[in-house]
Design a protein around this ligand. Structure first.
Ligand code: HEC
Length: 313
């Protein structure tokens, strides 16, 4: 009886309460640690993105008409764009207000030299597929275009689909005057001049500011070479707000061009300044008489990756 009384004595109850409280705190801490180290959700491997199913469009290269071919000189990537009948009709008529159901699809293709004739470059394999679908109701926040990105197997990459779509839109809005569509129709049966007017040339030039290196955030400042006191800085609000890995990759040749002209490092950074790419020219014996370019770009984990290359031609 005495024992029982002892067990339920006020001092014991107080101790018990403290132990319970301590355990509660420990559980909370464990939960916090657990949730902060949990890996971000994996969005890869799906065959649908932002309501656009790969299955519905996968035969576009066989079924649709060719719009144009573009080539990225720095990475040797060939891009082939196709349009469905609705999109093609509007494009050929010069309309920029695309009707519902208009779809563009683009393939990115690796290239390499033909080993038996090395001055000739040939397609080597698919890198990715990109699709944009007009549906004003479903995609009101991205000016009526839904965007999807698939790997060579028609599966999604890891990045968040909504965030990626915002980044696709942020860049495509550069050509708002063309209805957010970059491509102009090029007929392989006769030469058609792309319709880039003087006015368009002005719109398409990116806005750069000259910014003192001392005003840059530390993670970017630490990557700038010692000789530079200023950089050319891209200031396009919407583009900086929505950045995915592909944005950094697309910005590289533009920055290269700017840094060669200004002889300063050229920088593009996301609004939160965690993702960035910068390019600067320099001299190196490795490149003989040509200019050596250095590009530094953050990877998926935000770590800077350095790439040095020589400029030929
Ligand atoms: C930083 C700029 C940029 C970003 C980001 C971007 N694009 Fe594009 N996109 C282009 C350019 C430039 C073209 C013209 C073709 C070329 O040069 O590759 C293009 C062309 C296209 C086309 C062919 C129709 C057209 O507009 O010419 C599709 C489809 C497309 N992109 C889809 C996407 C999707 C999907 C995403 C996001 C996953 C995306 N794009 C992100 C710049 C961008």
């Amino acid at each position: 009886m005495d024992n029982i009384r002892q067990v339920f004595s006020p001092s014991f109850l107080l101790r018990l309460r403290n132990i319970i409280r301590l355990m509660q705190i420990l559980i909370c801490l464990l939960f916090l640690v657990g949730s902060s180290t949990a890996s971000p959700p994996d969005h890869s491997g799906k065959m649908e993105m932002n309501g656009i199913a790969w299955k519905a469009f996968k035969s576009f290269p066989e079924k649709w008409e060719l719009v144009t071919i573009r080539f990225r000189k720095d990475t040797g990537e060939m891009r082939i764009t196709y349009a469905n009948a609705i999109a093609m009709k509007a494009l050929k008529e010069g309309k920029t207000d695309y009707p519902e159901g208009a779809v563009f699809a683009k393939t990115g293709i690796h290239t390499g030299v033909d080993p038996q004739f090395i001055s000739s470059v040939v397609p080597k394999g698919i890198r990715r597929y990109q699709i944009m679908v007009k549906n004003r109701k479903s995609y009101a926040s991205t000016n009526g275009w839904g965007y999807a990105l698939f790997d060579p197997e028609g599966k999604t990459f890891n990045e968040d689909p909504k965030m990626t779509q915002d980044a696709c839109y942020a860049c495509h809005t550069i050509v708002e005057n063309r209805g957010d569509v970059f491509s102009q129709h090029f007929s392989t049966s006769r030469y058609v001049k792309p319709i880039f007017t003087q006015e368009e040339k002005k719109i398409s030039s990116l806005n750069y500011l000259t910014r003192a290196v001392s005003t840059l955030p530390p993670q970017i400042k630490s990557q700038i070479p010692g000789w530079a006191t200023e950089v050319r800085w891209v200031e396009i609000e919407i583009l900086r707000k929505h950045v995915f890995q592909g944005t950094l990759d697309e910005m590289k040749p533009l920055l290269e061009h700017e840094s060669l002209q200004s002889k300063l490092p050229a920088v593009f950074a996301s609004k939160d300044e965690k993702k960035f790419v910068l390019v600067y020219p320099g001299k190196s014996d490795d490149c003989m008489d040509t200019t050596q370019m250095t590009s530094i770009s953050t990877d998926q984990n935000g770590n800077p990756v350095v790439d040095k290359f020589c400029l030929y031609d």
